[in-house]
Design a protein around this ligand. Sequence first.
Ligand SMILES: Nc1ncnc2c1ncn2[C@@H]1O[C@H](COP(=O)(O)OP(=O)(O)OP(=O)(O)O)[C@@H](O)[C@H]1O
Ligand SMILES: [Mg+2]
Length: 253
Amino acid sequence: MTQVERVEHPPWDGEPIIISVFGGKGGIGKSTLAFLIAWLLGLVGRTLLVDADELQKEGGTKELYDLLEVDPSFDIATEEDPKKLAGLRRIRGYRFIVIDNAPHRDKKKLEASCDGDLIVVPLTLDHLEAKAIMSSLREIVIPSGRPYRVVINRVEANRKSKARRTHDSLDLVKIPVFKTHVRELAAHQDAGASGIPVTEGTNRTWERPAEDARNLVDELLAVLGQPDRVPRPRPAVVPKATTSARTSRKVTS
Ligand SMILES: Nc1ncnc2c1ncn2[C@@H]1O[C@H](COP(=O)(O)OP(=O)(O)OP(=O)(O)O)[C@@H](O)[C@H]1O
Ligand SMILES: [Mg+2]
């Protein structure tokens, strides 16, 4: 697979679209998702990722950005001040702004950072984590009145049916859920450590996590009413020798 051709996007004139990743629980994959969403949106239009979790020095989106070994597709800023977070909509030049929130439930800050166009809530299948995430959904996300969508995240290979059942239960109570379930794959951790986003690797084990990320962001763009889709890498050209080997094969009947 070859890499996606990168386009330099002109500054965006209008209001930015704000996507806030929030879960009210630590270690559920918020920063990993926020980073991938920003990366892929950055291929579609000018994007700013705001790390609103400044206290976290390790494993946050700012650190993932600083460790990048490839040219970033988006810009980064850190901001904790609720007033400034609330003012992000006035920023010009960016088509998309993605906010990576801290795990805490500081209501004032969250009201500011979640006052956007879509709140993305990663939900894991771990019982205790899910309980905490659902309570922050009920206490903070739903009362905010802002559009939101749950993404079932970090689904282990042996828990696909549990993920489907959880999806059905959320449907039943009319909680919007992304069709894409993000799988638990070690490649996400390898990518973070290597400084290469999972969608940019040529390693075959990165194809599945990259596929999840692209499908998720395609859905996100559709939910936001945007006509764009995430660009896919062009398939590698089949070497000529393989083609002639195939055509010269003898037909036996
Ligand atoms: N889909 C996944 N598959 C495997 N590992 C993952 C996945 N998503 C995240 N991880 C790993 O889990 C760990 C925690 O992820 P991450 O930092 O994104 O969570 P977080 O919710 O932002 O945590 P915090 O609340 O501490 O900021 C990281 O090591 C990350 O690489
Ligand atoms: Mg984080």
